[in-house]
Every structure is written in structure tokens, then in C-alpha cells.
Design a protein around this ligand. Structure first.
Ligand SMILES: Nc1ncnc2c1ncn2[C@@H]1O[C@H](COP(=O)(O)OP(=O)(O)OP(=O)(O)O)[C@@H](O)[C@H]1O
Length: 759
């Protein structure tokens, strides 16, 4: 049904604005919606498949028919009696839940979901199935396993059994080729993958415990660090390793004082990533040509960072790679010893190798040439960390005698999912030409669905998962993937409000603790609590006043018997133009209270100077997560609340919940939320991908680069989309919201590509 009562006012889904739906949904969760006829509580259902509707709990009353009759009658001003019930008149609702008679009503703007259109007929790939009875491998997999001598490039498509090939190849070399275990070097990208590899090998018959112990399996860092400790123990004392980012940050924060940088206002985490990127490209500070003012500052910090480390004998993870490279480059004898020792080298996830890692591996394999690299150029997604897919693309140039084996049977995803992924990835120009085929016919195709905005997107997904769980699915069957951490705010909140178990892979703090967001919230807080010290600190940053002024403010507030906020107008050691600005601005805080949270944020931006801060500092050093975007996201979050105090309460609650979930260990049976980057290598029965719209996925920054003529970032976005699609085994849902960050958006170009048949 389309009509319900909220606070004694009629809500008609054909007439309210769709943007108001989320508020109504929250009201429904609080049991604030009732049937206008029988006054029982009704629920608002927002799902992927059907237009929004109110669900009546009881079938016994004739409410549906009564309401249908009401819907057909012209609007009434007088109380109307239908059957035995008196229906209230239509009234505008104060507080903003319903602004009636607007054009984009939920039912008018509704778009039905539809499946991917371009799925070619399924044909069983001829070389699929386990042909080799000993090892259960298909022909191509067996080819990769049994080629042990010489350079070998295994191009392993998504879900094509890379792990199976790697472990079996090792087993085959040990048991059938009788190669001594200590001559093998197996490099993985993560410690988890190394552990998994050893674990799988321990289950293969014929591999002895002593073989397993003699095998060198590990990450680049762990293997190279062992070599460094062995040969230069005094330079590489484990207790001098800076394991944590805060340790590295401490050094550059110290150095930043010499640049007069305000600690609270500089993106030190971004600066550290940039330094790491330069190091992995073997770029020393003297070789860097800074292109922006920000890069100039980071270059200075890099120089000072290296100096401090050298003085204190500390080192970071990047130094392990650089140190090993220097060690082998400068000691020919030692290099030869290692070349002889590791005469068979195997590198996993080769598409993500960076310059320094590639140099070391090439040196080690120079003599034997027994280098087997396994990877998928279509899944190279770490260029921001220095990974360079050109090493896999050019492998045959660097090793001309290399044999290439392509694994092109996907054993994970059904035919429709594999075809969809193939349609997208084949648009990339810089890739090895190959195709991948599923071994499984599909029961259903991937679905596109069309929420109104991020809030509705989250609500639809949670409703869908909830229904599937009621029908027998397990929470661990589901993953929700997003392009960047900041896009997970709404879905995180909706899951917190649900009773569903979930786990979020978080490497960042709550959305509400992001730099620009903190500043905006500080204005709202000060409107009610003008003595809030934390908020004052944030405000000082936002209006370009030094943090040290807080001491003066405290003194001024005591002397003048006024709040910290009012004391700002009495600061004397600031510029006259700042004094003038503050005198105008401080009285505006009082006025904020009369606005809704969203209106207040707009006012803060335009009238209270936040825009100046965002322009100067908001986007510094980070093309992916811009402060200006955070502000737009914050306004979307604020839109679901009528009062600033309610919104601030919600914010505090969500900050607490984010802390709780960050520390929480993954439980066996929970819905997973993660970025696409984190999902690499994993598989799930059902995958939801958020915000598949231009600017969301592909990310804005790649479209900006495209406009400047650089296609590489867009190709990386396409690879990311391919990774996201190919995590799904059976169900794939692509969300295409009509609005994102408060603006109308277009479906992602990847949707168009997905719906266009390729080879
Ligand atoms: N020959 C085979 N016969 C049947 N199933 C197989 C075969 N090879 C692999 N599989 C199964 O296919 C699935 C995907 O394998 P795996 O996870 O090793 O793929 P992958 O190549 O590492 O994928 P990605 O790179 O996309 O993460 C696994 O469930 C694996 O057990």
C-alpha cells in the first residue's frame, strides 16, 4: 500500500519526495508509521526489486481496499469517513518528513532492476575439467605445473586455480623432479598467502615435513630481511624496525616544524605513502622533481626522514627491499651464492611487483633463468603503491626464451558473471590479449538496480541480504564491495542499525573523524556547546589560526567571563582582517540552531568560511579522498535528520560503533564489507558493488586524468571493476544510484561495457 500515517499526517508514496524516503524509513524502524484505517503499525519496505511500499502486518482488516479507494478519490480537506474509519486530512508535516506535491515521488522515479543483457550462450570450455588424475588439473594447469625449466609466465585469469597450480608445481618439483627443497624460493605478496601455500602443501601426499621446513616460502620483505640479518646483522637489528606508521609519522612530524607546518593541518599519512612510493621506484630525494608545493614539502620531509633513520639506525619496510638490492648489487660473490642456492624461483601475484622487487628477482634469476612468474595483468590494482603491470606485460622482452601458459578456465564464477567481467576488461588497451571462460552454466544473470542515493542503496542491500538469510543463506555468503573506504559510511550505518552480523575490513577510522568532516562538525557542536575544547581546536584549524592560540582563548574566556567561542573575538595577536572576520562570524553560530543539519552545513560552508579551508587544505596530497567530497558526503548523511542535536548524537554513536567494529575479530559467519582492493584473491557466493556510477566507479580522479589525456588510471579502475566482478560465484548486484553526494550522476561506463557483447 502507498499510504500511511506519520505523526497524524498522511504520507502518500506517490506524492512525497523520494529524497525523504530515508527519513521515513528511520521513522518506520522506530514504529512511528501506522495504518490510517486500523492504526496498526506498518513498515516501509525499500527493496531492490519492488517500488517502495508500506507493509501492513495484518490481513484481517480490509485496509488495503479502503486505502485503494481513498487513493482514487480527489484530495480532501475535510475529515473523510471510509467504512467505519475516519481518515485524517492531508497536512504538511513540520520537521520535514514529507514535503508534499513534489515531482520526483518514489513511485514516479522508480526504475525496475534488470539483468545484464549481453550474455552469450554457454559453451563448456574444451580444456576444462580435471584431466590429470594425480593432481586434478586441467590441461593448461598441468602444462604450467610440468614446465619446470627456463623462464615461464603463467597468465592466470581470475578464478583459474592459481593457488592450486602454485602448490602442485612445487609438489611436482619436489616429488617427481627430485629437486632439493632448499633450492626453491617461493615469493608471495602477503604473509597470509605464504601461510596458505604452506598449509596446502602440507596436505599433498609425498611432501615430507623436512621438505616443507627446507622450502623458502614467504613475502618479499620476510625473505629479504632474513638475508640482510644474515649478512649485515649490526645494520638491521629487529628492534630498530619501525613497524607502525605512527613511528614513521613521528619523524616527519618532527621535521615538519622546520617548515612551519601546522601539525593538525597536514596529511602526514599521505606524505608517508608518497615517500614509500618514491623509495619503491628507487628515487632518492635528490632525484625528485617536485611538481606541486605539497610535493616540495614532502620531498623535504623525505630527506629529513632518511637522515634521522641513518642517525638512529632505524629502518622501515621499504628499507628492507632497498637494503637487499644494494647488498646484492654491491657483492657479486654473494649474489652468485644466492643465484646458485635459489636456482628455482617462483613469484606469485607478479602483476603487482614494483621496481625494486623486480630488480632483485631478476638479479637472482640471472644465471639459472628458472623463473616462474604467475599473475594476471588484468588484476593489477596497486599502481598507487608502486606496482607496475609493465613487468608482467614485458616479461617476454626481458626473458625472450620465456614460455607462456594461459589459464583461461574460471572455476569460481558462473558463465554470466565471467562473461560480464570479460565484456568490461576487454576494453582495456594495455593488456595481454586473452579470454576467460566459465566452466559453469548460470542460473541467473548479474543484476543492475537503481536506488535514489547512497542511503537508499544501503537500505536496499540490507533488506535484500536479510530476505536471503531468512530463505536459508548464510551471512558469510555475502560481501559488499566499495571503491573507497569513505563510500562505506551509509552501508555501515544501516548494518549497525540492523540485527545482521557483519565484519568490516577497516584500515581507516570512522568517516566522521576525517579531517574536513571533523571541522564541519565542530561548527555544529559549537552552536550548542561554545566551550567544547575539542571543537574549538578544530575550528582554529578551519579558520587558519594557530593551535597555540587555545591557551590565550582559555585565559580570555576567564578574564572576560565568556565562552571559548566568544573569546575568539578578543584575540589580539591575529591579523586585523581576521579580527574583523571573527567578529562577523561568531554571532552566526547562534543562528545555526534554527537550521536543519543539512542547511546548517551549507550555511557553514558558504557563510562561515569552511569553503576557504576546503579549498586550501581539504584536498591536499590525496586525489582519491578529497575533503570537498567528504563534505558532500556529510551533507547526505545529515539529510536523514531533522535536528542538529539528533544528527550529532547519531554521529557520536557511529564513531563509537566504528571503534567497536575496527577492533572486532572477524567471526566465521558474518557479512563482509571491504574495499575492492581488500577483496583481491577472495571469493563469495553473492557480491554487491556500491555506486557503479561515473565518478564513483570509475573514480573521479581517473576521469580527471582521462581529460588530461592519461588513460592509465581509467584502465586501473577497469581492472578494479574486473576484480570486483570476479569475486562473485553465483550472485552479482551492481548498484547504480541516481544521485551521489547530492548530485545527479550517470551510470558507470563499465555498465555500458558490461552490456555490450565482446568475443
Ligand atoms: N582443475 C580444477 N578443477 C576444479 N576446480 C578447480 C580447478 N582449479 C581450481 N579450482 C577451484 O577454482 C576456484 C578458484 O581457484 P583459485 O582461488 O586458486 O583461483 P585464483 O586463480 O587464485 O583466482 P583469483 O586470481 O581470481 O583470486 C577454487 O575454488 C579452486 O578450488
Amino acid at each position: 500500500m502507498h499510504i500511511a500515517l506519520y505523526k497524524e499526517n498522511i504520507i502518500n508514496l506517490k506524492k512525497i519526495e523520494r529524497a525523504q524516503l530515508q527519513k521515513l524509513f528511520l521513522a518506520s524502524k522506530r514504529d512511528d508509521l501506522t495504518c490510517p484505517c486500523c492504526r496498526q503499525t506498518v513498515k516501509l519496505k525499500i527493496s531492490i526489486y519492488d517500488p517502495p511500499m508500506f507493509i501492513h502486518p495484518s490481513q484481517t482488516f480490509n485496509c488495503h481496499e479502503t486505502i485503494a479507494a481513498l487513493e482514487k478519490t480527489p484530495e480532501v480537506e475535510e475529515p473523510k469517513t471510509v467504512g467505519s474509519f475516519t481518515l485524517p486530512t492531508k497536512r504538511e508535516i513540520s520537521g520535514g518528513v514529507a514535503t508534499l506535491q513534489k515531482t520526483v515521488a518514489p513511485l514516479d522515479s522508480w526504475q525496475d532492476p534488470y539483468p545484464v543483457k549481453s550474455i552469450p550462450p554457454f559453451i563448456q570450455p574444451p580444456n576444462s575439467g580435471s584431466k590429470n588424475s594425480n593432481y586434478q588439473l586441467d590441461d593448461s594447469q598441468w602444462n604450467a605445473v610440468s614446465t619446470t625449466e627456463g623462464p615461464l609466465l603463467v597468465l592466470a585469469g581470475a578464478g583459474s586455480g592459481k593457488t592450486r597450480v602454485l602448490t602442485t608445481r612445487t609438489a611436482y618439483m619436489l616429488t617427481e623432479k627430485k629437486i632439493a627443497a632448499n633450492r626453491l624460493l617461493l615469493v608471495t605478496f602477503t604473509a597470509k598467502a605464504a601461510k596458505e601455500m604452506k598449509n596446502r602443501m602440507s596436505q599433498i601426499k609425498g611432501i615430507s615435513t623436512s621438505d616443507l621446513n627446507a622450502l623458502v616460502v614467504g613475502t618479499f620483505h620476510s625473505i629479504f630481511f632474513k638475508m640482510l640479518i644474515h649478512h649485515q646483522a649490526s645494520n638491521w637489528q629487529p628492534d630498530k624496525l619501525m613497524k607502525w606508521d605512527w613511528q614513521r609519522e613521528q619523524i616527519i612530524k618532527g621535521a615538519s616544524k622546520d617548515l612551519g607546518i601546522d601539525e593538525k593541518e597536514f596529511a602526514f599519512d599521505q606524505a608517508l605513502s608518497q615517500i614509500s612510493y618514491w623509495k619503491n621506484h628507487l628515487l632518492m630525494p635528490s632525484q625528485i622533481k617536485a611538481e606541486t608545493e605539497w610535493e616540495e614539502k614532502v620531498k623535504f620531509l623525505y630527506e629529513r626522514y632518511e637522515q634521522t633513520k641513518n642517525q638512529t639506525l632505524q629502518f622501515d619496510f621499504d628499507d628492507m627491499l632497498l637494503g637487499c638490492y644494494q647488498l646484492l648489487k654491491e657483492n657479486r660473490g654473494l649474489l652468485e651464492k644466492y643465484q646458485e642456492r635459489f636456482s628455482y624461483i617462483l613469484v606469485d601475484e607478479f602483476q603487482d611487483i614494483n621496481k625494486v622487487q623486480y630488480k632483485i628477482i631478476s638479479m637472482l634469476a640471472e644465471q639459472s633463468k628458472n623463473l616462474c612468474v604467475v599473475g594476471d595483468d588484468d588484476q593489477s590494482i596497486y599502481s598507487f603503491r608502486g606496482s607496475d603491470p609493465s613487468y608482467i606485460l614485458n616479461f617476454q622482452e626481458d626473458f625472450p626464451s620465456a614460455k607462456v601458459v594461459t589459464l583461461n578456465c574460471n572455476y569460481r564464477s558462473n558463465h554470466a558473471i565471467v562473461s560480464s567481467g570479460r565484456n568490461v576488461i576487454s576494453q582495456n588497451k594495455k593488456r595481454k590479449d586473452k579470454s576467460i571462460f566459465s566452466v559453469r552454466e548460470s542460473e541467473k544473470s548479474p543484476i543492475h538496480f537503481f536506488p535514489f542515493d547512497e542511503e537508499e542503496e544501503a537500505t536496499m542491500i540490507v533488506t535484500d541480504i536479510h530476505e536471503k538469510i531468512i530463505n536459508g543463506a548464510k551471512p558469510s555468503d555475502f560481501v559488499i564491495l566499495f571503491r573507497t573506504n569513505s563510500s562505506s559510511r551509509a552501508i555501515f550505518e544501516r548494518l549497525v542499525e540492523s540485527s545482521l552480523p557483519f565484519h568490516i575490513e577497516q584500515d581507516s577510522e570512522s568517516f566522521y573523524l576525517r579531517r574536513t568532516v571533523r571541522k564541519a562538525l565542530a561548527y555544529l557542536k559549537l552552536a550548542y556547546h561554545p566551550d567544547d575544547q575539542e571543537a574549538i581546536k578544530e575550528l582554529l584549524g578551519a579558520i587558519f589560526i594557530k593551535q597555540s592560540s587555545l591557551r590565550d582563548l582559555k585565559a580570555l574566556s576567564i578574564l572576560n567571563d565568556c565562552s571559548l567561542l566568544e573569546a575568539l573575538t578578543k584575540l589580539s595577536d591575529i591579523q586585523p582582517f581576521q579580527q574583523k572576520k571573527l567578529k562577523k562570524m561568531i554571532p552566526l553560530f547562534q543562528q545555526l540552531r534554527k537550521f536543519s543539519p543539512r542547511e546548517a552545513l551549507e550555511w557553514i560552508e558558504k557563510e562561515m568560511g569552511l569553503n576557504d579551508y576546503v579549498k586550501k587544505h581539504g584536498n591536499e596530497g590525496n586525489v582519491i579522498d578529497k575533503g570537498s567530497d567528504d563534505l558532500r558526503d556529510l551533507k547526505v548523511a545529515a539529510s536523514s535528520h531533522d535536528r542538529i542535536t539528533d544528527f550529532l548524537q547519531h554521529v557520536d554513536h557511529m564513531i563509537e560503533k566504528a571503534k567497536e567494529y575496527k577492533g572486532q575479530k572477524d567471526t566465521e559467519n558474518s557479512i563482509q564489507l571491504m574495499t575492492v582492493h581488500r577483496a583481491k584473491g577472495l571469493e563469495f557466493k553473492t557480491v554487491y558493488i556500491l555506486s557503479v556510477v561515473e565518478g564513483g566507479f570509475p573514480h573521479d580522479y581517473s576521469l580527471e586524468s582521462l581529460r588530461e589525456g592519461d588513460t592509465a588510471p581509467l584502465e586501473e579502475e577497469r581492472r578494479l571493476m574486473y576484480v570486483a566482478i570476479t569475486r562473485a560465484m553465483d550472485g552479482l548486484y551492481l548498484s547504480i544510484p541516481q544521485k551521489r553526494r547530492g548530485k545527479k550522476v550517470n551510470p558507470s561506463r563499465f555498465i555500458r561495457e558490461m552490456n555490450t557483447i565482446r568475443c
